[in-house]
Design a protein around this ligand. Structure first.
Ligand SMILES: Nc1nc2c(ncn2[C@@H]2O[C@H](COP(=O)(O)OP(=O)(O)OP(=O)(O)O)[C@@H](O)[C@H]2O)c(=O)[nH]1
Ligand SMILES: [Mg+2]
Length: 545
């Protein structure tokens, strides 16, 4: 995914969080549904099918990956918000942390006027039906919502195997029957109005049946809202209106039961030891008293450990917010860095393109110059051709003249021979000599002219060769002109891309505060409103009191 879409996703996520936490007022027709269930029960997959969005991609952009996430989609003209929640009894996260996350967001959201309209509880049908994990998750869900909310709970069994490959559905159906009737499982929920569904019963992954099945469950909860206006979740009421500490809430008590039990046992033990010690000291049984003293120290050590845990729990509540803030900052920082890197890469590409365009342009300029020279050469060639033609004509005329003169010389010689008179002979011979001289002169002149003609023809040949070479270049030029056009458009696009990347970065930078508010501002304002403040601040400290 490119950085721009990642930033858009972040902005979109901020918007959804902002609506869920009540920072942005939701539309009265909007519906908010919690999707719960143990780790791996298929919550993200379910949400992904309903919304058609890649739930895992955006997961945890804001907060720790094991925090909540909000997704939305349109169903029958309504905007539905599905809230992905972390499961309880997770090996990597304490139930106290999980409850803190849920209490922070749900408390703030309710304090800001947002109500939960339904809960979808997912349960993998293939899992061990008596697993501690699934029991703990059901117990926590019941404690969080309170039985008055059960009408608005949908229980959906997931992981039904592909029926074309797996035929032993009887076993699973028996398991389902047990789950539905067992009071510790879904029995109590169903007897007070919760509805059971088999999600994607045919088990064909990514099928339209899977999508329809998910949307059908959501749709049922929306209709159920009309019949039974959902109560406020017990956890929300407890920590807001009733101003209970988290440890005093039903869910808090369920989570802290073990710690409570251990602490109570230690205190009981301590009281017993102290009473024993008093008795034994009165009886001056010092050996036994010393023994008891040792035991007392041991128990006190355990109680100090509980106190340290209590302190650690106080820290974990504050840490939770700090951790979310830190992770948010890191995400933004990382995204900012990615933006800058992307811009740098695009600028580098642009520089390369610009310099190669410059090179081609210089080449082109050189060729244009060549073309002008070529025109001059062509004119020169035409000039030569004209002169050669003229010279040839002159040459032909002089040759004709030469032939006439030679004829005259021959004629004069023939006349002289006929007359025989000496005087006449001498006269004729002197005339003859003169003619001979003229003939010789003409011959010389002709030879010179022919040589000149030859030179001119050679020059012409050279000019012609030059022209041929240049016309080869002019083909290259046509190619280069096309090339330039293409390169110019590439440079233009690259420049646009750089500008767009810079623009996206600028927008992203400008929206940092808004993004931050979307993620955590709702919680901050819920807490600041004073309603949730007490509960969250006192938080889990009281859990172990
Ligand atoms: N066969 C089958 N597999 C499923 C179904 N739903 C989810 N899966 C698979 O089960 C695994 C866990 O699913 P997720 O949707 O991530 O479960 P999750 O409840 O969101 O888990 P966490 O986020 O850890 O609490 C994934 O590999 C899913 O592909 C289902 O209906 N049938
Ligand atoms: Mg998940």
């Amino acid at each position: 995914m490119d950085i721009k879409s990642a930033a858009e996703q972040l902005a979109d996520q901020a918007r959804r969080f902002s609506v869920f936490t009540g920072l942005t007022k939701p539309n009265p027709y909007d519906r908010f549904i919690l999707v719960m269930g143990m780790t791996g029960s298929g919550k993200s997959t379910f949400i992904s099918r309903c919304t058609g969005k890649d739930v895992l991609v955006g997961h945890g952009l804001y907060s720790c990956t094991d925090s909540i996430d909000v997704f939305d989609f349109n169903l029958n003209g309504r905007r539905i918000y599905l809230i992905d929640t972390p499961g309880f009894n997770d090996t990597d996260r304490s139930d106290i942390d999980t409850l803190s996350i849920l209490a922070s967001y749900l408390g703030a959201s309710y304090a800001n006027g947002v109500r939960i309209h339904g809960i979808i509880m997912l349960h993998p049908i293939t899992g061990n039906r008596m697993s501690g994990s699934s029991l703990r998750n059901i117990e926590m869900m019941k404690a969080m919502c309170g039985f008055e909310f059960y009408n608005n709970v949908a229980i959906a069994t997931t992981m039904w195997p592909d029926t074309t490959l797996y035929e032993d559905t009887g076993t699973l159906e028996n398991r389902e029957a047990e789950l539905v009737s067992d009071q510790r499982y879904f029995g109590a929920l169903i007897s007070r109005g919760a509805t059971v569904f088999r999600h994607n019963e045919k088990g064909i992954k990514n099928s339209t049946e899977e999508i329809d099945s998910g949307r059908n469950i959501v749709s049922h909860l929306i209709q159920q809202c009309e019949k039974h206006v959902p109560e406020v979740l017990q956890l929300q009421r407890e920590i807001t209106e009733q101003r209970k500490t988290l440890g005093e809430t039903g869910a808090g008590i369920a989570v802290a039961r073990d710690i409570h039990r251990a602490k109570r046992e230690h205190e009981e033990e301590l009281r017993r030891i102290e009473a024993d010690m008093k008795r034994e000291l009165a009886k001056t049984n010092s050996a036994y008293a010393a023994n008891l003293q040792e035991l007392k120290q041991d128990i006190e050590k355990q109680l100090r450990k509980s106190d340290r845990e209590k302190q650690a729990l106080r820290n974990s509540m504050q840490d939770l917010h700090h951790r979310e803030e830190k992770i948010w900052e890191q995400r933004i920082e990382q995204m900012d860095k990615q933006f800058r890197e992307q811009i740098a890469i695009k600028q580098e590409e642009l520089r390369d393109m610009e310099s190669s365009l410059d090179e081609v342009r210089r080449d082109m300029a050189q060729q244009t110059q060549d073309l002008q020279v070529k025109k001059l050469v062509a004119a020169e060639a035409r000039n030569y051709e004209r002169k050669i033609a003229e010279t040839r004509k002159k040459l032909a005329a002089r040759e004709k003249e030469l032939r006439n003169k030679e004829e005259q010389v021959k004629q004069a010689r023939r006349d002289a021979a006929r007359r025989q008179s000496l005087h006449e002979k001498e006269r004729v011979s002197s005339e003859d000599m003169q003619r001979e001289i003229i003939v010789q002169e003409i011959r010389h002149e002709l030879a010179a002219k022919e040589k000149k003609l030859l030179d001119m023809e050679q020059s012409l040949e050279k000019v012609r060769r030059d022209m041929a070479r240049r016309s080869k270049h002019s083909h290259r030029k046509a190619r280069t002109a096309n090339d330039i056009e293409k390169r110019e458009s590439n440079v233009k696009n690259a420049r646009k891309e750089v500008e767009q990347a810079q623009d996206a970065h600028k927008k992203f930078s400008g929206r940092k505060a808004e993004l931050y508010n979307g993620a955590l501002g709702g919680v901050a304002s819920g807490v600041a409103s004073g309603v949730v403040a007490g509960a969250l601040a006192a938080g889990l400290v009281c859990t172990v009191m």
